[in-house]
Design a protein around this ligand. Structure first.
Ligand SMILES: CC(C)(COP(=O)(O)OP(=O)(O)OC[C@H]1O[C@@H](n2cnc3c(N)ncnc32)[C@H](O)[C@@H]1OP(=O)(O)O)[C@@H](O)C(=O)NCCC(=O)NCCS
Length: 297
């Protein structure tokens, strides 16, 4: 087996084949959205990629992408090559790469963690960090919406949306610290639909938004509340509830009968809101975390 840190251009097609094979087996995409975009765009600052080959075949892939004060990491193992040893070997090389890039916090995100992940994390020196809940409910909701929303206007609303996003998610590792370029990378994705990004204006400014994303590859097709944010100036006035309802309505109008979302269980406002709208937990993801010192030069 050969574990290698990739320093030049990545063989995207081979990695994509591996990701698709794992997605078929697990029924979800093994790379979180922001990591996939970073890979597809050739890797921004702080990007680290590690491959594992056996007999010339790609059997494992690990990636780190720098976010808002931390590096988010993912490890993908080919369906017939799953072992804690392979995960740990990929992780160890990935962590060395992050340390070489200046170190800092690393969050290794795992969907439905098992003993394999616990063992690999412990061996690589990571400890349990944040959890992330995936919640879902059947659509339509059937509750009337009490506010007006409109479609996002590409090229006109970009700055205002990023501003509200960053104010609402000021301390968030993955969702905070966006630039207009971060937004536009998502707008360039095939699933992007400006009508599915519902905006509410209040007092002449963009006060909040609910961005939806259809997962057309799932059976049945599912609609995600991809990002929801209310400007802190407008918190606690019912806008979060109404914007969520508007997002779910926009999903249901596209003939989708399942709504889903991800939420940090520590985000009490959001968890309370989603539970009261009938969402129930159907999966738990976990970050394994470590604080790395920069490699001594
Ligand atoms: C989550 C968020 C969208 C809620 O928006 P909001 O406009 O403040 O929420 P609402 O006024 O509609 O309140 C919704 C419910 O949450 C409750 N709530 C609001 N803030 C709360 C808090 N800090 N703790 C507990 N409950 C809270 C409200 O009481 C209300 O419940 P109720 O109708 O049963 O009384 C907003 O806090 C936000 O933008 N947060 C940052 C971004 C974020 O975390 N997004 C969600 C990621 S999954």
């Amino acid at each position: 087996m050969r574990i290698e840190r990739q320093t030049g251009a990545i063989a995207l097609a081979a990695v994509d084949d591996l990701l698709q094979a794992v997605a078929l087996q697990q029924d979800h995409q093994p790379l979180p959205d922001h990591l996939w975009l970073d890979l597809r765009d050739g890797g921004g600052p702080g990007f680290v990629a590690v491959t594992a080959h056996d007999d010339g075949a790609l059997i494992g892939y690990a990636q780190g992408s720098r976010g808002n004060g931390s590096t988010a990491a993912a490890v993908v193992l080919a369906p017939n090559a799953e072992s804690p040893e392979l995960a740990e070997a990929l992780l160890a090389e990935l962590l060395a790469g992050v340390a070489d890039n200046g170190g800092g916090t690393v969050d290794w995100w795992v969907a439905e963690p098992s003993q394999l992940h616990e063992t690999a994390a412990a061996e690589a020196g990571l400890h349990r960090g944040r959890d992330l809940l995936q919640m879902a409910r059947a659509l339509p909701v059937g509750t009337p919406i009490a506010i007006e929303t409109r479609s996002f206007r590409p090229g006109i609303d970009d700055d205002d949306l990023v501003d509200v996003n960053n104010r609402a998610f000021a301390d968030h590792h993955e969702q905070g610290g966006w630039t207009v370029a971060t937004l536009r990378r998502r707008m360039a994705e095939p699933w992007f639909d400006p009508d599915g990004l519902r905006i509410h204006d209040r007092d002449g400014r963009l006060a909040g938004f609910c961005w939806t994303k259809l997962h057309a590859e799932r059976r049945p097709v599912e609609g995600e509340i991809y990002v929801i944010a209310v400007d802190p100036d407008f918190h606690g006035r019912g806008l979060g509830r109404q914007l969520t309802l508007a997002g779910l309505d926009s999903i249901a109008r596209r003939d989708v009968v399942v709504g889903m979302l991800y939420v940090d269980p520590a985000n009490t406002a959001a968890v309370h809101l989603y539970r009261s709208l009938g969402f129930a937990v159907r999966r738990r993801d976990r970050a394994y975390t470590v604080e790395l010192a920069p490699t001594a030069s």
